[in-house]
Ligand binder design. Sequence first.
Ligand SMILES: NC(=O)c1ccc[n+]([C@@H]2O[C@H](COP(=O)([O-])OP(=O)(O)OC[C@H]3O[C@@H](n4cnc5c(N)ncnc54)[C@H](O)[C@@H]3O)[C@@H](O)[C@H]2O)c1
Length: 317
Amino acid sequence: METVLVTGGAGFIGSHVCDRLLLEGQRVVCIDNLNDYYNPNIKKKNVKHNLRNKNFIFYKLDILNFKKLDKLFSKYNFDKVVHLAARAGVRASINNPFIYEETNVRGTLNLLELARKYDVKNFVFGSSSSVYGANKKTPFSESDEVNEQVSPYAVTKRAGELLCSNYHNLYNLNITCLRFFTVYGPRGRPDMAPLKFTHRIFNKLPIDMYGDGTSARDYTYISDIVDGIVFALNKNLSFEIINLGDSNPITLKDFISIIEKSVDRKAVIRKEPMPKGDVLITYADIRKAKRLLGYKPKIKISEGIRRLIEWYKDERN
Ligand SMILES: NC(=O)c1ccc[n+]([C@@H]2O[C@H](COP(=O)([O-])OP(=O)(O)OC[C@H]3O[C@@H](n4cnc5c(N)ncnc54)[C@H](O)[C@@H]3O)[C@@H](O)[C@H]2O)c1
């Protein structure tokens, strides 16, 4: 049995990763500072079902607390690390760039430094499609230049990748940086469109449509992302940056229609200008993920939204 550290393990993606690793018989140490970027009770609920599992150990811990992190690494001698703890959210990073820089850059450096010190076998870093910024060429490929991010969040994610690359070069750590494309599904982040729109359409509240509705996102279902993370964790790829997306961008207009159909209610739409920091399109080239990881997204948008809404209905009761 291997011991895997999952940072940000009470969050949306992290909690699903913990579930999958436990299912596969690993011992999981999950850390999260349960901050209030969104309601911390949601995060507590994300991990609650695992608290009685003897292979699941939870610590409320901040990745900026290097001393405590060091003690944790020394106690558990982790085989592998999945580093997902971060301030996420493009728009909020414009209002409060400092907390993004601290958490996403220093926090990542803390983990890399300890992974090096304690000889971790494999390190997976949760990066983001936002590093492609306003790139015009689609689909976005890992070999494209990524020098023009449009939000502080995206810059911190790119900085995280560069630190990973540097730690690989200096210390030969095995590291895979995975660029996630708009992840959605049960336990989704309440600040992101899939869950926000679902909630608002259900409750007959207006939704904001930024721009003319032709901006597009490569929505990727959570179980496909977890597949990709676990594939990467089980390979030693030396150092790689790999896109994890669905490779099927959906326009905002179409996305709203899909939710309307699944909820069986028309949305009340408020048109708003595109916010600063948002990009017009995300679209993943996933050939590298297929080749190196055997990654193949399985859940189509209609099925993914159906599952999200089923979960949402259960949660409300
Ligand atoms: N959801 C997406 O579509 C998406 C897309 C691209 C990249 N990502 C990346 O994936 C990762 C997970 O995202 P998510 O959507 O699950 O977000 P999330 O906010 O639900 O999860 C992040 C978790 O990290 C924790 N955290 C934040 N700062 C911390 C700190 N200083 N110490 C310890 N824990 C801390 C938070 O409390 C939260 O539970 C993040 O790194 C994010 O940047 C997500």
